[in-house]
Design a protein. Sequence first.
Length: 128
Amino acid sequence: MAGAIREFDGLRVTVEDVVYMPSLDAPPEKPHPFVYFISIHNDSPVPVTIRGRKWVVREDDGEVTVVEGDGVVGQTPVIDPGGNFSYNSYHVVAGGALAEGAFFGEAASGDLVFTRIPPFRLDVPNWA
């Protein structure tokens, strides 16, 4: 692998949907699960392998949770030029929160790259 990590213009992330899912398992101190649907798009001319991710969840009460790990949902997808990788996962929160982060990858050239996950809200419905 070559060089320092840099933001990669050819990758972009879209948040397709965020759904409150109270039927999912959640600990008592964070009883509100939200499923999010994400797509990572490769608009560059080279394949990119997603190697990891970092999430930052800022709860409205001030608590910040950082989640880092290898791959995405247990995979290290190779996204070809013009392609995308879509998945869903979930966060649990105590109340409302803002989630954002980044995906880290390696371009076919060996360059280490990242792209930002745009911020999105996890708003607990009034009926919850």
